[in-house]
Design a protein around this ligand. Sequence first.
Ligand code: C2E
Ligand code: MG
Ligand code: MG
Ligand code: MG
Length: 284
Amino acid sequence: AKNAFAQSHYYFYDSSIKDLIHEKHVLEMLLKQANANQDFFLVFQPQYEIDGKKLIGFEALLRWNHPDRGFISPAQFIPVAEETGLIIPLGEWVLKEAFRNIREINETYETHYRISINVSPVQLQSQKFMDTLLDRMRAEKISPSWIDLEVTEGAAFRQGHSVEAFFDHLRELGINASLDDFGTGYSSLSYIKRYDIDRLKIARELINGIHEEDSAKEIVRAIILMAKGLHLTIIAEGVEEEAQLSLLQSMGCHEIQGYLWSKPVPRHELEEKVIKPSLVNTRK
Ligand code: C2E
Ligand code: MG
Ligand code: MG
Ligand code: MG
């Protein structure tokens, strides 16, 4: 027993783990000090219909530019923000920014683009989330049909019953809902049927291999068939290659998002690089 303890003791003080814990504390401290309006900003990744490349909306993605440390990836800081609860104020800031931007864009161009916003399971748990969402929506005077909330599969299944009610509520309000990163987590088909969602986002990890691995290709084909049977819209994320695009097209996938057609773009480049060229195309 003494030996076992010594081993686990040793394990916990392994230097790489110590570094990780240290890094987490540093991030937590930096997050607490951060000023959302100065250090954070959103980038917007276009989402397109696969046929005709019609622009349908943008996913809002959070960026953190720390004054001394430079860019810190959301993959690093979102988990820390979730653990510390800081995701609540940060998430509210994202909602406000995202809504303001989509209102400005849709007013300027007389369009109905959608804004997709990532919602963390921690936000979903908070009773206040729905109130905040509605307050922001009214304050920014935007139509519920412009909003799409992205919830990950993992988050949805961990929440169980409450998330079902959440999706029902969104439906009543006319707000869209997408299940994010589908195919990486629990992927239970029977659950999908229970959720009143609009769209399934097939995970980048699966899309990655479809042109090279038969297994990935067949899994994606099956997901698309299943989703169509349930009358869900299917969007593939992380599309980087022409070969992936044409396969997805042949499988009947509806929408795509990925570096092939556009990387996430800051607001000041969005109009010239994405919106105006797309408006010209549709008017032709
Ligand atoms: P996600 O919601 O699955 O977002 C898609 C991620 O894939 C983004 O990474 C995007 O930049 C990246 N991506 C898109 N197309 C391609 C492609 O063709 N190739 C490659 N290699 N990557 C592509 P990002 O921006 O680093 O965000 C990572 C994750 O952080 C997001 O995954 C999301 O879960 C989370 N996140 C980002 N912003 C927010 C936010 O405002 N709130 C919350 N709760 N989570 C956020
Ligand atoms: Mg997402
Ligand atoms: Mg995600
Ligand atoms: Mg995703």
